[in-house]
Design a protein around this ligand. Structure first.
Ligand code: CP
Ligand code: NVA
Length: 258
């Protein structure tokens, strides 16, 4: 596991999961490895992948993990980049399925920042046949290079309209890791994009609420919503463990395990 950004859930779920399956893990960060001293990512990939069976990386640019994967002999798992967070959305879709059945044909509202978690929800909507309603503040719109137009999503200026009658409302922090310098400016721009009881009231009566965590109560979500009856955030966090164990098993053993 290579962490170039902080983590609680991703680290603990991968580490606990690997030990539960009888394996072991090595935890590297930028500061305690030669990555922090400018060793090329390609060289790091060539070396590490001769010594381990799987690599998980949390880093900045998506291109960095792709360069690593290109030179790796073993599968490389994306543990979050600036652009995507696939392990999170695997857990989120599984959580939806546990509570409500198949997500195909359903509608999900994304309220807040056009970030890595949002872009991965968009990938999932396209792949799994559900629809995403996206509402972001002006100036923080989706990047069309990461969100090619299509039927799988619709953009709304008004977060209340985006949430109307949806099956799931989800959000994330207003300031993702790496963007801390914009914190104050974002706090002001995003203030009307708080998922509160009023916004949940616009969604379908049995809509779920999800958040990848860590959350900031009183910013992107009110305490009433995240700690309320529609919230499934603790199941969602736990499911990181289960889906990632399945992912690691699949990557190591393929379809041998049924
Ligand atoms: N949701 C998530 O990836 O959390 P961590 O940053 O704690 O790993
Ligand atoms: N969008 C957040 C997710 C943290 C799990 C970030 O990138 O910081």
């Amino acid at each position: 596991m290579v962490f170039e950004k902080a983590s609680t859930r991703t680290r603990v779920s991968f580490e606990a999961g690997m030990y539960q399956m009888g394996g072991s893990v090595i935890h590297l960060t930028t500061g305690d490895s030669q990555l922090g001293r400018a060793e090329p990512i390609e060289d790091t990939a060539r070396v590490i992948s001769r010594m381990v069976d799987l690599v998980m990386i949390r880093t900045f640019e998506q291109s960095k993990i792709e360069r690593f994967a290109q030179y790796s002999r073993v599968p490389v798992i994306n543990g979050l980049t600036n652009e995507y967070h696939p392990c999170q959305i695997l857990a989120d879709i599984f959580t939806f399925a546990e509570h409500r059945g198949s997500i195909a044909g359903r509608t999900v509202a994304w309220i807040g920042d056009a970030n890595n978690v949002a872009y991965t929800w968009l990938q999932a909507a396209r792949l799994l046949g559900f629809k995403l309603h996206v509402s972001t503040p002006p100036g923080y719109r989706l990047d069309p290079r990461l969100a090619p137009p299509g039927e799988y999503y619709e953009v709304f200026d008004d977060p209340l309209r985006a949430a109307r009658d949806v099956d799931l409302v989800t959000t994330d922090v207003w300031t993702s890791m790496g963007f801390e310098a914009e914190n104050e400016q974002r706090r002001q721009a995003f203030a009307p994009w708080c998922v509160d009881a009023n916004l949940m009231g616009s969604a379908s009566a049995d809509a779920l609420f999800m958040h990848c965590l860590p959350a900031h109560r009183g910013e992107e979500v009110s305490a009433e919503v995240i700690d309320g009856r529609q919230s499934v955030v603790w199941d969602e966090a736990e499911n990181r463990l289960h889906v990632q164990k399945a992912l690691m098993e699949y990557l190591l053993l393929g379809l041998e395990v049924q």
